[in-house]
Design a protein around this ligand. Structure first.
Ligand SMILES: [Zn+2]
Length: 142
């Protein structure tokens, strides 16, 4: 392996790549609609960079919390543990959802769903209008 290739692999010459993932949105009955999620794929170096950034923010909050009387007994260990949790979660998050857009099959409300997790199917979503639980699953190609 050449030094240039290993440097590109380590520092992530590949910028995060975004793509659109169509999915099928179903509820409790036979009705279904389609939706589209924007998913960003991070390579190993970018995942580690994001994880270290999350760890630094949480531990920075823990350091600031030292100066808050009484509350620091809970805040400092809480932020310290949260930093470790965020680090572990981000190092494993290869595909992260940037946005999830779709139409509720029950009430027909077109909306952007909460997209604060890694991308996986099936995924459970909640309609902001009728509060029903929806399931996003892989769109069949038939
Ligand atoms: Zn709805």
């Amino acid at each position: 392996m050449t030094p240039a290739l290993s440097r590109r692999l380590f520092f992530g010459e590949l910028m995060p790549r975004s793509r659109s993932e169509p999915f099928l949105l179903t509820g409790y009955d036979d009705n279904s609609t389609t939706g589209v999620a924007t998913v960003t794929t991070f390579d190993r170096a970018e995942r580690i960079r994001r994880a270290v950034k999350g760890l630094a923010v949480a531990w920075g909050a823990a350091l600031v919390s030292i100066f808050i009387p009484v509350a620091h007994f809970l805040l400092v260990p809480g932020f310290a543990l949260a930093g470790v949790f965020v680090f572990a979660k981000r190092t494993r998050a290869r595909d992260v959802t940037e946005s999830i857009h779709g139409t509720c099959p029950h009430c027909g409300h077109e909306q952007d769903f909460d997209s604060s997790s890694h991308w996986h199917l099936p995924m459970h979503l909640t309609c902001a209008n009728c509060s029903r639980l929806l399931t996003a699953s892989a769109k069949s190609t038939c």
